[in-house]
Design a protein around this ligand. Sequence first.
Ligand code: AMP
Length: 599
Amino acid sequence: MLFRKLVEVFESLESTTKRLEMTDSLVMLFKETPSSDIDKVVFLTLGEIYPPFIGLELGLAEKLAVKALSLATGVKEEIIIEDLKKTGDLGQTGENIFSNRKSRTLLFKEPLTVDKVYSTLEKICKATGKGAQELKIKYLAGLLTNAEPKEVKYILRIAQGRLRLGIADMTILDALAIAFCGSKEYREVIERAYNLSSDIGLVAKTLTEGGIDAIKNFKVTIGKPIKPQLAERLSTIEEILEKIGGECYAEYKYDGLRIQAHVSPDEIILFSRRQENLTEQFPDVVEALRGTVKVREAILDGECVPVDPNTGELLPFQVVAHRRGRKYDVEKMVEEVPVIYFAFDLLYIDGEDLTVKPYFERRERLKTVVEETSKVKLAEYIVSKDTSEIEKFFHKAVQEGSEGLLCKSPNSLYEAGKRGWAWIKWKRSYRSEMTDTVDLTVIGAFAGKGKRAGTYGALLMAAYNPEEDVFETVCKLGSGFTDEDLAKLPEIFKPYLRGEPHPRVKTVMKADYWFTPVVVLEVIGDEITLSPMHTCGMGAVRPGSGLAVRFPRLVRFRDDKSPEDSTTVSEIIDMYKRQLKKIEQAQIPPEEKEWVESP
Ligand code: AMP
């Protein structure tokens, strides 16, 4: 196919902003395109060479493109730059320059084909290393030498990654449906193939070569990212259960980075929610996944969450956000911001496309495929239709650092690229800052791992209940210690060590070491949350739930305070209630307030 044909269509696309007219032009173009060129035509129309997940993008620097234009025409760079100042678009400048010297070159031209343009742009894209710049200039100049003025305009724009015809992927899919199936109705099934592969060129080729039947049978392939299924949102568990139809998989909604892992014997590739390749940024996740997947090939869906290396507690998402897009310092980041990969879905194993299987089956098979380690875990979940059981699980999730729950319909198929009611998120809507510190008594400790081997990883902290003269647990404290503090901890607590919890301690948590309540520490957290894991104020706000300090950090040792001077349980309850009031004053819409308010 001649590139000239494509340019004619580009011209007509540029002259309109109406989607229907654009679709019509594309339909005509696709009908005239031979099957061997259809993927290239689709990519070039989008101003691309490959699907975005390949990570090879056009974007030749303007300076190099000017040099190529100069080389192809013999026109001095200064003159080109002068014209560029007027047009602001090198494509237009290129067309102007070529038009002015049309008569000189016309005779020697060989018409450009789509294949020639595409393959040369491919070479430009792939040239790397020493001498790459000269090579890119040479390839582009060679292409321009054989181009007509209008072709020059588009070649230069595409090479710079600046085509911008305003064509959305969905318009291409509409046009493919009309051109090859006769109606826009087929868009949905074609879109599904696109959502399963993220490769619009492959979809176009499959359609032209195998017709709509091949598209209907389109399967997931390893190495091509599946667009992720997304969740709707509701604010009460009653509404969620009603929508889902009674029973659901209620899973922790981890606050991290969505990562789809494609695991095969040759390589492991990690894709982001937007199909970017994240493999190089997370070598630790790649390493962690190697060997934990017990089949030859698998595609896992999951969330990558930062953890405190000492306590094993989950950290807020912002911590892992620093690791995205980092080309340098990866090793340092791996050490400073360790992550856990929580798998929650299995989309493919050994040639079998599981996106067409119900969730309960995928989740069950996930268990048999992934061998859990300290760095690869399965997302926590319960299967339940009982609102109070799920609520309790919600508060446990929040206290442990999750954002809430993701409730999933057991019979739903994987709806790639769709936001629907098969998955419903129930997020903690509001938080208010904890402004006051609290003084808490140390009543136990957990053994340290890694860097903290030989000392404690975290301390179990309690508030004081003067009515019953007991200490009720309120958090695990592992942050805010200096290395010196940490090294000293076993020495400090040695005199208070005991074999079981002190009789004045109320706890459901099982620590590795127990202490007589003596040492008091001042602590600040993000907020007070409900938690079934802690005994502080158990049942006072909600049946079966205590209160906890979320994301606690040490402020200082309070040697001046006795354990009975610790913040009391009723003070913590008051702090929690004040938080609720603050939320109320912030005028939150009633439907979003419900989870924080209901008794
Ligand atoms: P949102 O970004 O608020 O629309 O919530 C959906 C996101 O939650 C997903 O894209 C995932 O990144 C994340 N997520 C965390 N835990 C889960 C889970 N168990 N199942 C599905 N998505 C999860």
